[in-house]
Design a protein. Structure first.
Ligand code: NAD
Ligand code: NAD
Lengths: 208, 208
DNA sequence: TAAACATTGTTATTTAATTAACAGTGAAAT
DNA sequence: ATTTCACTGTTAATTAAATAACAATGTTTA
């Protein structure tokens, strides 16, 4: 298995979501082109991704939904799951917490952190919010390996520093500041304004 | 100029954000490697992107911050700006609206839409929320060309249909359902769970 | 001023990702 | 049964993106 392309990992996650839907609707098998249509990509891409993870079917009646879900799970999930924390439980942090809560069993938001005394030491959106000063301790105690950053942009760098000191292994950064992390920490960044500006640019392009 | 790589567009948006920061801090010039460090990429990449948009400096004291902001603006922005709408003013929709409101002059959230009568015909997070039934009319009246989808996943497809009928030109889809749109509409999709699962996968990888 | 240096712009190379091509094979049709 | 058909798996080709290489040139230092 070793080295799967980064893009493939993203698509596997999406396939699984769709497959879980199929399962819920009683579909037991799905063709590569069905999966492709549902994701706006080509059937070849789907087959190639699935080839890469080593699953294959002898039948010509499509992939076995259940089996494929399991195979993808073996790639993406860890045996015991991973814990994540939200840092900065403001508007976005609360939306994410409320959304994730109870959605994935293998990946859960175990704690949130904030500096605002109005928010700390309370349960917000179903998860306990701790003062940032306790971050190191809680991250270790609760074996949290992923940090989701939703603090104000100007605090992002400092918070990241603390997170890494506390032994965090992966960061999902939603603040509009890009971060520098040591290469043993995986960093994924997403900026909504960039996305929106991209849409705007291509809308403009198409009009010309 | 014609065809800029998609990735470059994304980075230009990010450079501009950083450049605006520089400007605010009184920096008038910035080196390619400064910009690179701030974005976790290489200086070559920065220079190449900037080459592609046709800006260059004769000085060897870095790029002129103000000038570069303008050049990027000419690429990304339209003359009169574009209007966007949020569809589904729930947790995520509200967070986005509150965040964007008053941030970009050239790109603004002009209206929001929802089905919930508790929410419609009120101002939420600073923007008027209309019932979904009026979407066609409002989109035309207010010249809205971008739709940001934050409705429940099961409603995404139907809402998209309506959006396209109303003449929307670009969609930013935050629901966890991927959409099919005609090729004259630009579609950008982002799924937080996929992002988080990607982080989880690479965290797991690194541990092995 | 001359030499050393730093920085840019651009072409060439490499790497990553996608798409095309097609052989192989089970299922359905005749 | 045999032919046709629909799908899959995989290698090869193409395209897109990132990186390296380096000439050109303004800046700083001796
Ligand atoms: N809201 C959105 O839709 C949206 C979109 C794109 C980007 N963002 C980014 O996400 C981040 C948060 O946005 P928001 O709208 O939720 O802002 P917000 O102000 O609602 O929330 C920020 C939260 O962080 C807390 N905080 C401040 N300093 C902190 C620190 N040092 N440590 C821990 N917590 C701290 C605040 O108390 C607050 O609860 C910002 O960086 C913003 O740029 C938000
Ligand atoms: N909250 C998050 O952080 C988050 C993260 C990832 C993805 N999402 C996705 O974003 C979407 C919204 O999430 P949320 O947490 O804000 O949910 P939410 O339930 O808080 O908000 C959904 C809103 O959409 C409205 N709505 C329902 N049907 C509608 C329709 N047909 N037309 C217009 N409006 C309608 C509801 O009244 C509600 O206000 C979901 O698809 C979810 O999968 C959310």
């Amino acid at each position: 298995m070793s080295k799967l392309p980064e893009k493939t990992i993203g698509r596997l996650s999406e396939y699984r979501r769709t497959l879980l839907n199929c399962l819920a609707n009683g579909k037991t098998h799905v063709f590569s082109h069905d999966l492709a249509n549902l994701h706006n990509i080509t059937a070849v891409q789907v087959r190639r991704d699935i080839m890469l993870i080593g699953y294959s079917t002898t039948l010509k009646k499509g992939y076995d939904v259940k089996a494929l879900i399991d195979v993808i799970g073996n790639i993406i999930d860890t045996k015991d799951g991973l814990n994540a924390a939200i840092i900065g439980i403001g508007n976005l942090g609360r939306a994410i917490t409320a959304y994730f809560n109870g959605k994935r069993t293998r990946l859960k938001i175990a704690a949130t952190f904030d500096t605002d005394p109005e928010k700390t030491n309370r349960v917000i959106s179903g998860v306990k919010c701790y003062p940032i000063s306790e971050m190191g301790r809680i991250i270790k105690e609760q074996d949290i390996s992923i940090g989701i950053l939703t603090v104000p942009p100007e605090d992002a760098a400092a918070v990241t520093e603390t997170l890494i000191m506390a032994g965090i292994k992966g960061i999902l950064n939603y603040t509009s500041t890009s971060l520098n992390v040591s290469p043993n920490v995986y960093l994924e960044e997403y900026d909504m304004i960039t996305s929106l500006e991209k849409v705007a640019y291509f809308v403009k392009e198409k009009n010309e």
